[in-house]
Design a protein around this ligand. Sequence first.
Ligand SMILES: NC(=O)C1=CN([C@@H]2O[C@H](COP(=O)(O)OP(=O)(O)OC[C@H]3O[C@@H](n4cnc5c(N)ncnc54)[C@H](O)[C@@H]3O)[C@@H](O)[C@H]2O)C=CC1
Ligand SMILES: O=C(O)[C@@H]1CCC=N1
Length: 269
Amino acid sequence: MKIVFYGAGNMASAIFIGMIENQVVEPSEIYLTSRSMQEKIKFFKENLGVNVSYDDTELLKDADYVILASKPQSFPSVASRIRPYLEPKTKVVSVMAGTQIKTVRRELKTENPIARIMPNTNAMVRHSVNGISYSSNFTDRDELIELMESFGTTVTVEEDEMHNITAATGSGSAFLYYIYEKYAESLMELGFDEEEAMFLTRNLVIGAGKMVEDSELSFSDLRKNITSKRGTTEAGLDALDGESLKKILITTLTAAASRSEELSQDEDE
Ligand SMILES: NC(=O)C1=CN([C@@H]2O[C@H](COP(=O)(O)OP(=O)(O)OC[C@H]3O[C@@H](n4cnc5c(N)ncnc54)[C@H](O)[C@@H]3O)[C@@H](O)[C@H]2O)C=CC1
Ligand SMILES: O=C(O)[C@@H]1CCC=N1
């Protein structure tokens, strides 16, 4: 198989490292190109054994998949590299937030099958949640699903649901990391120094994540197991206004989904 990544940044590298570590592809089946980050992709070549090239003819010759992994704003320049050399057999997979399948089709001037995926950087540890939608002529879906399940779980959605998936899980880990950052800062307000606050928060998050992974209990039952009647947790939770927290999260998720909608405005509409 030949899988060509246009873009080798945070998201692309999480995907190809996930695929390689889970042995669904050989490093020799991965081809990378980018505009910036030459040093970084040299590192990937030397340490992972993937191919690197800046020659679009060579990259796209006989490619099974081309993965569009630049920022949406860079897509016109990526498209101009790909357009002249795209072969009919190559399936196009876009990772770009808020870029519609029809926009990819128009920019590439192609009738090839196109899928749009929304993974997250947890691909690196095999826990990405991947949303996926397809163009109607993308018939051979099982192989792509198998590739994607090597680095996470996959949900197939209608393309217009991608905005919410992008907010919920594409951006979602960043929202959780931000909460952890604020938690650590709050520990410092209690009197812990920075190193202690980071150590405590990091291990708390790792432990809680493992509990979520291993236990069959719901979030609320896990919480209840920690909460003694008239104890310290109850006092803390009474002070934490769940409804206000929920409002903040709804505002956060709505802003992210709206930005995805904004990015998806197609110039032909
Ligand atoms: N970072 C994340 O957590 C997620 C990102 N995405 C999507 O993934 C895409 C990439 O995001 P990141 O990896 O975070 O960005 P990044 O800035 O880390 O990487 C962008 C890559 O695109 C390359 N590039 C730009 N113009 C190019 C050109 N003309 N030819 C070849 N390569 C070119 C850059 O050299 C760089 O390697 C975005 O469209 C984003 O919406 C989707 C889900 C999650
Ligand atoms: O921030 C972004 O636009 C991308 C899409 C989802 C996560 N990162």
